[in-house]
Write a protein that binds this ligand. Sequence first.
Ligand code: BES
Ligand code: ZN
Length: 457
Amino acid sequence: MDYPKLSAHVDSRKDEFLKELGTILRIQSISADPSKKGEMVRCAETIAGMMSSAGIENVRLFQTEGNPLVYGDHIHAGDKPTVLVYGHYDVQPVDPLSEWVTPPFEPTVKGADLYARGSTDDKGQLFIHLKAFESFRTLFKSLPVNLKYIFEGEEEIGSVHLEPFIRSHAELLNADVVVISDTSMYGRDMPTICYGLRGMAYIELTVENAGIDLHSGSFGGAVENPVHVLADIISKLHDKYARVTVPHFYDDVLDVSKQERGEIARLPYTDEEFLRQSGAVAPYGEYGYTTNERLWIRPTLDVNGIYGGFTGEGAKTIIPAKATAKISMRLVPNQRSSKIIELFETHVQQIAPPTVKVAVKKMHSGEPALTPIDHPAVRAASDALELVFGKKPYFILEGGSIPEVLTFQQALDAPVVLLGFGLPDENSHAPNEHLYPRHFFDGIKTVAVLYEKLGRR
Ligand code: BES
Ligand code: ZN
């Protein structure tokens, strides 16, 4: 392939590409917010329109009970491999809004970066694939692989409707390899292939007593306080080694070989850089594991938020009716979310006092996944990264989750290649999310080169 021609083409269209990306970044596709249904549809339709203009065919929306799925394909490469590209157009909520330096849905270039909700997670990365396709087609006319695209609008809320869709449309989605750009590079100018993600079990834990707030003078001291009980339960969920105390929580965790731990240890890492990226005060976590091991090969339990009782201005004297905590558990291979939720529920019911009612509600889940590192498609991705970035990629795991990776692997019997171009400090899920445009452009080039490498196999 004429790489200099491709590279020059992408470089000459930088402003245009960022401007077009701006169109979808302006859409407020927050999947967690029921009032944004219209925006979800508008985003799906806008992406479908962009796919058609890029030359992708059979573009259509599949309605689900949730947000629409966007499908398209371009199947003109005969018996060459078929690549399925997955991405998500939904974004996380923007609160706390006051922390944003520029409005989250008004894409703004500041310094080297483009600021907007969804810029890195995942609209920017999804867009890389559309521009790679369009660039390749414009420059070289025919595509060396068959391509299929499936974009969803519910990844950030657990991909509830994608899972059954993949299973019932395995024929439509059938591919030799699935490529996903929704992960991060290990650092700036550090091309990366991710070979595994943690899974997720998300629950809401509620402690309730009277069902109504009680006067704390008339009843305080004579009835149990749900906020106290919730705090007590939460405080008992970890031991002094920062291990989760839920019995059997670790039973199914796959042993990680000495060799793999050695490879993780050989990646460049310093506490200083980790603290810079996170902004945290100090590293912390399970005894006996390094930071990367804590993030990648160990399961966790975290309280995402806790509320209950009176939190307004001034003072109010009540025994709160109830208290709630949102709790996520990140899972590692071979754990299963349904089993973990069961174990959690059994445990809290057991440690909760009989003076209150405790309920565990499942929110969403996703299974952990490992992807092959020795598959020819992974080698093709590695070669493509090496050509564009001028160095061999790092192979890493990630602590985050993409709920349907395992479903893709199982239902389509195809390997998933996690080829991400984000950065760990681009504030995904946080205020002031941004994208580093150079990696965005390099991503477009890498994906176009990948077609060519895959087409040769
Ligand atoms: N892009 C992330 C996944 C990710 C996060 C990959 C960090 C690598 C590093 C994805 O959009 C995401 O945030 N997923 C959710 C899924 C959850 C809601 C089931 C997550 O990990 O919290
Ligand atoms: Zn994402």
